[in-house]
Write a protein that binds this ligand. Structure first.
Ligand code: CMC
Length: 428
């Protein structure tokens, strides 16, 4: 295989290097194309565009492979904790026992948020969406840490900001759920690990001792690990592009939360549950009718299809198993699960779905587990953000350490040519 690609444009030949990744992925490096030929490439939705060379996550959508720093997602979900995986993503290697202890101790020292940050809740109308609140609170952290505004400061300062953000995120997510219910906040306690603390702050109460069920802790760890990174998806690409302007970490991650909110991305987990409830109540459980409408493009089946997985979503396979376990162990008998199973059956057998390679994705099952664990539906995408945070930060950190160029795509202009200005009284 040649390590050069040749383009012929307007009768002239141009040669560009071919980059090969460690898993034999190939890309044509066209970074000099416009300067040399005047042409740009056109790729709406960036379906064929590599925007960076990254060492963090490998994904093969055809084979259903997902690995963080070379470790298979199946192994990590089974054998590691979320903080271990966060360390791996951030620093490149699995931590030793000492490194993990130091990392976790460090995180527990930064879990509190400034009391004034909580005043923000006074201005949110009741029922305001948790993702909007999360964006505001994460961006708001920058106001309390002016030393974090310049991401070009010392690596120690950057690392402190990273630790602060990772440590405060579970507190902020739990605060959103508590405030939504009008309940008093439960503060973090340093003796608990990251996930236990989060569950305590979310489901515990100031009036009672609360210890989460080990089944719940295990499921939560798995869910967070499975969401922790996914290479250049919409929100991660957003974090990188915002960070490429040298915006601070809080601003960059706030932008990632905004991108994740959309129903075609992380917001799909909320949509899946609402769709299942709609099928149960409004469509009276008539899955066939729903599928027929999806095939007629009258509705989208949330939780199906993926931009890169065209075989199966390995995260969905693990979550499905975990979902069955959690529901059995917690004794939950959810009729929505029957509807989900019928939909899944159709997707795996109907030619429309087979031809388009539309398989259930991670969001299809996660919502059912979140519901069984007791989270309100509007919180689902917040949980996705909690899991994705170490991935966003690792990608931001990698981009900053390589001092990548500012992200600035080109376009093909297709509007009117130059027109003389028309005064307001002469306009028709
Ligand atoms: N239900 C019905 N038809 C669909 C669906 C769906 N969920 N997804 C895609 N199609 C059809 C689409 O209409 C098109 O049909 P045709 O070839 O006849 O025009 C074909 O499948 C290809 O679709 P596409 O929109 O070109 O695929 P894409 O790769 O651009 O979009 C997607 C991927 C995830 C945005 C899309 O499948 C979708 O909107 N799914 C529902 C939302 C969802 O579950 N999102 C969560 C993704 S997983 C979590 C994450 O990583 O963000």
């Amino acid at each position: 295989m040649s390590d050069k690609a040749t383009f012929t444009l307007d009768g002239k030949n141009y040669e560009y290097p071919v980059i090969t990744g460690t898993e034999n992925e190939k890309a044509v490096d066209i970074s000099k194309l416009r300067a040399q030929s005047g042409f740009v490439t056109f790729d709406e939705g960036y379906k064929n565009t590599g925007c960076t060379v990254s060492n963090i996550t490998f994904l093969d959508g055809e084979k259903g492979i997902l690995r963080y720093r070379g470790y298979g997602i199946e192994d990590l979900a089974e054998k590691a904790t979320f903080t271990e995986v966060s360390y791996l993503l951030l620093y490149g290697e699995l931590p030793t026992a000492k490194q993990l202890k130091d990392f976790e101790d460090n995180l527990t020292q930064h879990t509190l948020v400034h009391e004034n940050l909580m005043k923000v809740f006074e201005v949110f109308p009741s029922g305001s969406h948790p993702m909007g609140q999360l964006m505001t609170l994460i961006s708001g952290l920058s106001s309390f840490y002016p030393d974090s505004l310049n991401p070009n400061k010392s690596p120690e300062q950057v690392n402190l900001t990273i630790i602060r953000l990772l440590a405060k995120m579970p507190t902020i997510c739990a605060m959103i759920q508590k405030k939504g219910k009008g309940h008093p906040l439960v503060y973090p306690q340093n003796k608990h690990d990251y996930v236990t603390n989060f569950l305590r702050m979310t489901f515990g109460n100031v009036t009672d001792d609360y210890a989460p069920d080990p089944v719940v802790i295990d499921a939560m760890n798995k869910l967070l690990i499975l969401h922790a990174d996914h290479e250049q998806n919409c929100s991660t690409a957003t974090v990188r592009i915002v960070g490429s302007s040298h915006a601070n970490l809080y601003a960059s991650i706030g932008a990632g939360v905004a991108a994740l909110w959309g129903p075609r991305h992380g917001g799909a987990n909320q949509e899946v549950l609402e769709m299942l409830e709609h099928i149960q109540t409004i469509d009276k459980g008539d899955v066939k009718k729903v599928v027929a409408e999806a095939k007629d493009k009258k509705r989208l089946l949330f939780g199906f299809g993926h931009r890169v997985y065209k075989n199966f979503d390995p995260r969905a396979t693990i979550i499905k198993k975990s979902c069955d376990n959690v529901l059995a162990k917690l004794g939950v008998n959810d009729p929505l699960l029957d509807i989900a199973k019928q939909l899944e059956e159709v997707a795996l057998t109907d030619p429309y779905f087979i031809e388009r390679k539309l398989y259930p994705n991670v969001d299809f099952y996660s919502g059912i587990i979140y519901k069984a664990l007791g989270f309100p539906t509007p919180m689902f995408t917040v949980l996705f953000a909690l899991g994705r945070l170490p991935g966003w930060i690792s990608q931001w950190k990698e981009m900053r350490e390589k001092n990548e160029d500012i992200g600035r795509p080109r376009q093909i202009y297709n509007g009117p040519g130059l027109r003389p200005f028309v005064g307001i009284t002469d306009r028709k």
